[in-house]
Design a protein around this ligand. Structure first.
Ligand SMILES: [Zn+2]
Length: 90
């Protein structure tokens, strides 16, 4: 009797090039008010920082960077201080 020959040929998947998964980071990691937040985390108002104040806020991805609460300027620059830790959705 001939036993069945099991040829386990697992298909080999070559690394898929997914360009979309790599979001190019803003080299300076700064964004202006009105721009879309792409990286959730803690941001600092650069205008405040230059004026000697420390004003930080947390933003979520998808939010539009607002004006700064303590700046008279309408356009401020937000700088990413610390990306938010990935939280598991409860
Ligand atoms: Zn400010």
């Amino acid at each position: 009797m001939c036993g069945p020959a099991f040829l386990t040929r697992a298909p080999l998947f070559v690394t898929i090039h997914s360009l979309e998964s790599e979001v190019p980071l803003n080299s300076s990691r700064t964004w202006k008010s009105g721009e879309i937040c792409r990286i959730p985390g803690l941001y600092r108002c650069q205008n405040c920082h230059l004026a000697g104040r420390e004003f930080t806020r947390e933003f979520e991805a998808g939010k539009v960077f607002p004006m700064c609460d303590s700046c008279p300027e309408k356009d401020v620059t937000w700088r990413l201080l610390k990306p938010a830790a990935v939280r598991a959705t409860a």
